[in-house]
Design a protein around this ligand. Structure first.
Ligand code: ADP
Ligand code: MG
Ligand code: MG
Length: 252
């Protein structure tokens, strides 16, 4: 069994007024086979948590640990984290000018596996992954995220997730900007990934809508840089009905 452990994580960013602490002691363990949803209001630090796990240089870990199967990943480069089995899908995916989806996916797969995938099976795998995401095969020739619609970006991310098949996936607002059909396609992809049984998912979201399609084992309420409450999926229903008011008034 694999584990992703976040222990007392404190993270700061540099602002014009000096360093500002965004994460104020996050504790969370995700085990393989589990889907965790993190829900919280805008500005609470959810993306900061995702970027910090990913190793984004803007985010300065001042205290705490992130362990993947007991190994401290905060010492690892972004690439090394991917090789160790982490996958991060970002709320605002970047454009990669001049790099086609096909080349991008092949480079990512080669980096994660340490060797290039066999060409013939790889092309088949890519086409199948795109088709499952209802993306046309010609999509592979487009430049990464260049002129992609919101839905295409998210579907591309999930195709990437399925092809790389990491141990743990951190998905930041994978549901944002999706119409109902795209939401279903993307959710199906996440469910196929987690349905393998030995994978872990940390699903970060602002809305409960995606949880109609992806059933989390745990729901965490994230407010003002830390977890305010943990429960089962009934907690998502409660948030849907009551919002974050009770937590934001109690906090800060
Ligand atoms: P969420 O994803 O929950 O909406 P974020 O993690 O994006 O929250 O942001 C949390 C807080 O940290 C916000 O107040 C935001 O302005 C601030 N913040 C995040 N990243 C940066 C950054 N690179 N520079 C300055 N402030 C940042
Ligand atoms: Mg602390
Ligand atoms: Mg965010």
């Amino acid at each position: 069994m694999a584990t992703l452990e976040i222990k007392n994580l404190h993270v700061s960013v540099n602002t014009d007024d000096g360093p500002q602490e965004i994460l104020k002691g996050v504790d969370l363990t995700v085990r393989s086979g589990e889907v965790h949803a993190i829900m919280g209001p805008n500005g609470s630090g959810k993306s900061t948590l995702a970027y910090s796990i990913a190793g984004h240089p803007k985010y300065d870990v001042t205290e705490g640990e992130v362990l993947l199967d007991g190994e401290d990943i905060l010492q690892l480069s972004v690439d090394e984290r991917a090789r160790a089995g982490l996958f991060l899908a970002m709320q605002y995916p970047v454009e990669v000018p001049g790099v086609s989806v096909a080349n991008f996916l092949r480079t990512a797969k080669t980096a994660v596996d340490g060797e290039a995938p066999k060409l013939r099976t790889w092309i088949k795998d890519v086409n199948a992954a795109l088709e499952r995401m209802t993306l046309d095969p010609t999509f592979a020739q487009r430049n990464v995220n260049e002129g992609f619609s919101g839905g295409e970006k998210k579907r591309h991310e999930i195709a990437q997730l399925e092809l790389l098949n990491p141990k743990f996936a951190v998905l930041d607002e994978t549901d944002s900007g999706l119409d109902i059909d795209a939401l279903r396609v993307v959710s199906d992809g996440v469910n196929r990934f987690s349905g393998q049984g030995d994978r872990g998912v940390l699903l970060i979201t602002h809305y409960t809508r995606i949880l109609q399609y992806i059933s989390p084992d745990f729901v965490h309420v994230f407010v003002a840089g830390r977890l305010a409450e943990t429960g089962g999926r009934e907690l998502a229903d409660q948030l849907e009905a009551e919002g974050y008011d009770k937590y934001t008034r109690a906090g800060v």
